[in-house]
Write a protein that binds this ligand. Structure first.
Ligand code: SF4
Length: 442
C-alpha cells in the first residue's frame, strides 16, 4: 500500500537511461505559483554581507551562502549534475510533491500558515536521535503541560526531566530547559530567526538551527540530517563513503536549497528520506526525483550512500550498589552535571570501565559506605551510542542511614522510585533489583 501522499505524485515512470533525458519529466509536475527558481543571493550578485528577505513566502539567506564558487573542491566532479539540479528543477518537484499530501505531524502548521517557532524547536530537539513515532506522544504531553516557551521555562527542572524520561539523551532535556529559560528571559520569549543566533542557544547545533530557521522563519537554510544525506548521495551518485563525504554532501545539498518556500522544501526533503528514499529498497518508481536522480539512472540507488565500516562497539562494565535502610528505602544520588547522563538520578555505581574479563572487578573503594555487600544474581545490560554496558549488582541493608546526606545521596521509599527522573538504564537496574530482592524475601 502506498503512503498517503503517493496517490498524487508523479506517474510511475522508470528511471531514465542517460543523463540527457533526466529532464524529460519537466512539465508533468504542476508548477507551484509560489516557487521561484531564480538563483539564490550570492549567485546573482546580491548584497555581500547582509541578510535579504524576498516578498511573500520567500526566504532570507545570507548573500554569501549557496554559491558554487565558494566550495569548488567540495563539488569537484559534480559540476554537470549540479548544473542540472541548480536550476530549481529539484525544488519544484519536491514542493509539488510535498503539497500533494505531506505527512500530518502535530508540530507542523497547515500549508500556507506560519509555524510556531516554539513547537518547531521542541519537535526538532525531541527528534534528535529518536523516531517520529516515539516523539509524538512526548510532544503532545509537553505542549499540553507547557503550551509556550515561557510556561516551559517556569516549570521545575525535575518535572521536565521526568516528562522526558524514556526519550533518552538526558543532556538534551537539560539543554532544552536551559534554552527555554534563555529565550523566555533574555530574549523576551522570541526565538532568534537566523542560524547563527539560534546556534548560540543551549542544545541547538548546526542541523537544528537550520531546521528552525527554515521551517519557523522561512530562512533559506540548508537542513542536512541523515535522511537528507542519503537522498543527496543518491541524487548525485556520490560514491565516497560517509562520514568522509559529509562536507561534499552538504555542499551539494546547498545547491538544491531554493530561495522561496524554504520550510516546505526542508520538510519535503525530510519526508522523502523517511518515506520514499529509505535506506533499503528505495521506492524510486514513486519518487518525485526519479527523473533527475543519477543513482537511479545508474542502478546504484540501493548501494548508496556507502559507509566506512565502524569499529565494533566496546563493552564497559560496572557495579551498582543497591543499599536499603531499615524501612526499605533505597539510596539514590545525582550524577555529575557534565558527562554522560549528566545531572540525572542514579543508583550509586562504580565507574563504568572497559574491562575484557568476564567479571567486573569489585571496587570496594567506590561503594557509598562500608557494608556487608552481597552479590545479586544476573546482569543488567544496556546499550549507549558508543558502548554496551553490563552492570552487576551488590546489595546491602544498613540500620542507620545517617551518614548519607546531601551530595552523597538521598533515600527514596521503594514505592516512590518511579517518581524520579531516572534514565532508562537505571530503570532497568531498579526493576532487576526489586525482582531479585522479592525472591530472597519470598
Ligand atoms: Fe533517487 Fe530513488 Fe532516492 Fe528518489 S528514491 S532520490 S529516485 S534513489
Amino acid at each position: 500500500m502506498l503512503a498517503s501522499h503517493d496517490h498524487d505524485i508523479l506517474p510511475v515512470l522508470g528511471p531514465p537511461s542517460r543523463p540527457g533525458v533526466w529532464s524529460r519529466l519537466d512539465g508533468l509536475i504542476p508548477a507551484s505559483p509560489d516557487t521561484d527558481t531564480s538563483p539564490v543571493s550570492g549567485r546573482d550578485g546580491g548584497p555581500a554581507s547582509s541578510w535579504t528577505r524576498s516578498q511573500g513566502r520567500g526566504c532570507a539567506r545570507p548573500a554569501s551562502e549557496g554559491s558554487l564558487d565558494e566550495s569548488p573542491s567540495r563539488l569537484e566532479g559534480f559540476d554537470e549534475v549540479v548544473m542540472t539540479m541548480a536550476d530549481g528543477d529539484c525544488a519544484a518537484r519536491m514542493l509539488a510533491w510535498y503539497r500533494s499530501g505531506h505527512r500530518a505531524l502535530p508540530w507542523r502548521a497547515p500549508l500556507g500558515q506560519a509555524a510556531d517557532p516554539y513547537r518547531v524547536w521542541l519537535s526538532e530537539i525531541m527528534l534528535q536521535q529518536t523516531t517520529v513515532a516515539a516523539v509524538i506522544p512526548y510532544f503532545e504531553r509537553f505542549t499540553t503541560a507547557w503550551p509556550t516557551v515561557e510556561a516551559l521555562a517556569r516549570a521545575d527542572l525535575d518535572t521536565v526531566l521526568r516528562a522526558w524520561a524514556g526519550l533518552g539523551y538526558y543532556a538534551r532535556a537539560r539543554n532544552l530547559y536551559a534554552c527555554a529559560q534563555e529565550v523566555a528571559g533574555r530574549l523576551g520569549g522570541r526565538f532568534p530567526e537566523n542560524e547563527a543566533a539560534l546556534r548560540a542557544l543551549p542544545g541547538i547545533g548546526v542541523y537544528t538551527a537550520a531546521a528552525i530557521a527554515a521551517i519557523a522563519f522561512g530562512q533559506s537554510a540548508t537542513v542536512v540530517d541523515g535522511n537528507v544525506e542519503r537522498v543527496v548521495a543518491r541524487l548525485f551518485a556520490v560514491t565516497e563513503p560517509l562520514p568522509a563525504a559529509k562536507s561534499r554532501l552538504r555542499a551539494l545539498a546547498e545547491t538544491l536549497t531554493p530561495r522561496h518556500d524554504c520550510g516546505d522544501f526542508a520538510q519535503a526533503m525530510m519526508d522523502l528520506g523517511a518515506t520514499v528514499c529509505v535506506p533499503r529498497r528505495p521506492r524510486c518508481l514513486v519518487c518525485p526525483l526519479a527523473g533527475v536522480c543519477k543513482a537511479a539512472a545508474e542502478g546504484l540507488a540501493d548501494a548508496l550512500p556507502k559507509r566506512t565500516v565502524k569499529a565494533e562497539r566496546p563493552t564497559r562494565r560496572g557495579i551498582v550498589y543497591w543499599l536499603e535502610d531499615a524501612h526499605g528505602a533505597v539510596l539514590l544520588r545525582r550524577r555529575a552535571e557534565k558527562g554522560l547522563l549528566g545531572g540525572m538520578v542514579e543508583v550509586p555505581s562504580t565507574e563504568w570501565i572497559r574491562d575484557e574479563s568476564p567479571d567486573c572487578i569489585f571496587l570496594a573503594d567506590q561503594a557509598p559506605l562500608p557494608a556487608a555487600w552481597q552479590p545479586l544474581p544476573g546482569v543488567v545490560r544496556h546499550t549507549f551510542t558508543h558502548f554496551h554496558l553490563e552492570l552487576t549488582l551488590v546489595a546491602a541493608r544498613i540500620p542507620d542511614p545517617g551518614r548519607i546526606t546531601g551530595a552523597d545521596g538521598f533515600w527514596v521509599p521503594a514505592t516512590q522510585l518511579a517518581e524520579h527522573a531516572l534514565p532508562s538504564v537505571m530503570r532497568k537496574v531498579i526493576q532487576h533489583a526489586l525482582a531479585e530482592r522479592a525472591k530472597t524475601k519470598g
